[in-house]
Design a protein around this ligand. Structure first.
Ligand code: SF4
Length: 473
């Protein structure tokens, strides 16, 4: 931009047709650039004003939901100021997540006292700097948040672990031991003619049946004709009733017996002789009926929920499912599916894998990533005293509180969190898909969903907080 135009602009001499320098020659470059800047600034201001206004109602369509791993992307939401309302589903997790109230006080805190964000960031950076091995845990955030957490953990020699890693590790242990064949939500919707729920009823993913099993359309199967089977006790099998009214098959058994059940099914499918009348608490005659369904199905999918397999050596269940699937794929299609991915778990696992080459529960204190699924669990680290500072991140819910510990604690989390003991630093952060844009990896790890910003409450993203902490280290 020429010097004269700068003077003109500073004096406010902006005309309809652009700027003229002293020699009255049209100067098109500043004209175009400044108009573009003016329009962009105005649009941004207008958007923020609309979002901030407590009376203006703004409607959003095709909103992706951050509150469980399947991340439905068809929501309609209205925003009135900072209050959000879900318009087109009664999914309790979506309603609870989007419609929760923002507390009146959202300032960062040091030892419970409100402070400016700069001060909280400096204090957090100082705690991390002084720490020999900080633990970065919880990790309830989006892809950018995970990237910046990993960058920080790498710089200071920290350990990373997600709040749902117990379940993730069951998958990782089975995968690294035997390998597996898994599928995607889209494949299940379009191809699965038999779906077997192994110890889960998928109710923690409230729209799974509506969106995937009983979808209005599918490419290669008639959704309403699918066969549904539940293995386990105390499962809600009602969502498994097909739109045509066909009831699902249900085989009650103790969840800890699921690996025996899966191995028995494999034996029956391989036509091995079996003398027992019962296996894993289930009648062998029932298991034979299921084995026949599996044999005749064109594409059987076996679904388990990692957090539900909460007992010692539960990875054996995932291994047994993988063995059965491997046997079936000798002659046809079949697959497993781990239905989890809540609280940004799929994003955390994916980012850690692509950034470091290792799963979560990785320690950077030796200058290289050191993965250990049991030694670097949050619980083990805190009880054994391996870490001397805890950085807890949780932005999807106020219920995921940091574990009790006597080491300096920084919490970067949902503003409504209520602590028994106030952390040394608490920085309220935005939820991806509500307070800022972002990307979250779906449970099947094949797509990352773009999250929208629905309001402007002034809550920073985890990525921006960690970026500033990183700069301050
Ligand atoms: S099923 Fe999950 S992703 Fe879909 S609307 Fe409910 S909470 Fe959100």
């Amino acid at each position: 931009m020429c010097k004269n135009c700068v003077n003109f602009i500073s004096q406010g001499k902006v005309g309809d047709t652009g700027f003229r320098n002293n020699s009255e020659t049209l100067c098109f470059r500043p004209n175009f650039l400044l108009y573009a800047l003016f329009i962009l600034t105005s649009l941004d201001y207008m958007t923020r004003s609309i979002m901030n206004s407590s009376s203006t109602k703004t409607s959003f369509t095709k909103v992706a939901c951050p509150f469980c791993g399947i991340h439905c992307d068809d929501l309609e939401i209205t925003a009135t100021g900072n209050a959000l309302q879900v318009k087109n589903t009664t999914c309790f997790r979506a309603v609870e997540g989007f419609e929760r109230h923002l507390p009146a006080e959202i300032s960062p805190r040091i030892n419970g006292e409100p402070v400016a964000l700069d001060k909280a960031i400096t204090k957090a950076a100082n705690i991390i700097k002084k720490s020999g091995t900080p633990l970065f845990a919880g990790l309830g955030t989006d892809v950018s948040g995970h990237r910046n957490i990993l960058q920080t953990a790498d710089k200071v020699g920290g350990i990373v672990d997600h709040v749902l890693s117990e379940g993730i590790m069951r998958n990782i242990l089975a995968l690294s031991d035997r390998g597996w064949i898994t599928t995607t939500l889209t494949e299940i919707r379009n191809r699965a003619d038999l779906v077997v729920f192994v110890g889960t009823d998928a109710t923690e993913h409230p729209r799974f049946h509506e969106r995937i099993l009983w979808a209005k359309e599918a490419m290669f199967v008639a959704p309403a004709d699918r066969e549904i089977v539940y293995l386990g006790k105390k499962l809600d099998t009602k969502p498994g009733i097909s739109p045509k009214g066909k009831k699902p098959m249900s085989i009650p058994c103790d969840i800890s017996e699921l690996s025996t059940i899966m191995n028995t099914l494999t034996a029956l499918i391989e036509d091995k002789p079996l003398q027992a009348k019962k296996a894993g608490g289930a009648k062998v005659t029932d298991l034979k009926k299921l084995a026949d369904k599996i044999i005749t199905a064109e594409y059987a999918v076996f679904i388990w929920s990692p957090p539900k397999l909460n007992f010692p050596n539960a990875e054996l269940v995932v291994g047994a499912v993988s063995d059965l699937v491997r046997k079936l794929t000798e002659t046809k299609r079949a697959a497993g599916f781990a239905l989890g991915g809540d609280d940004g778990a799929a994003s955390a696992a994916a980012v850690c894998a692509w950034q470091t080459g290792y799963p979560l529960r990785t320690n950077f204190s030796q200058g290289y990533p050191d993965y250990n699924p049991s030694r670097y669990s949050t619980n083990e680290i805190l009880t054994s005293g391996q870490a001397d500072a805890l950085v807890w991140v949780s932005t999807f819910t106020s219920n995921r509180l940091p574990p009790e510990s006597n080491i300096p604690t920084i919490v970067i989390g949902e503003p409504g969190m209520k602590f028994k003991t106030m952390p040394d630093v608490f920085i309220p952060a935005g939820t991806p898909g509500i307070d800022h844009v972002g990307k979250i990896v779906r449970v099947d790890s094949v797509v990352s969903l773009p999250m929208k910003q629905l309001r402007n409450a002034g809550l920073p993203s985890v990525a921006s907080i960690f970026d500033r902490i990183y700069q301050a280290l």
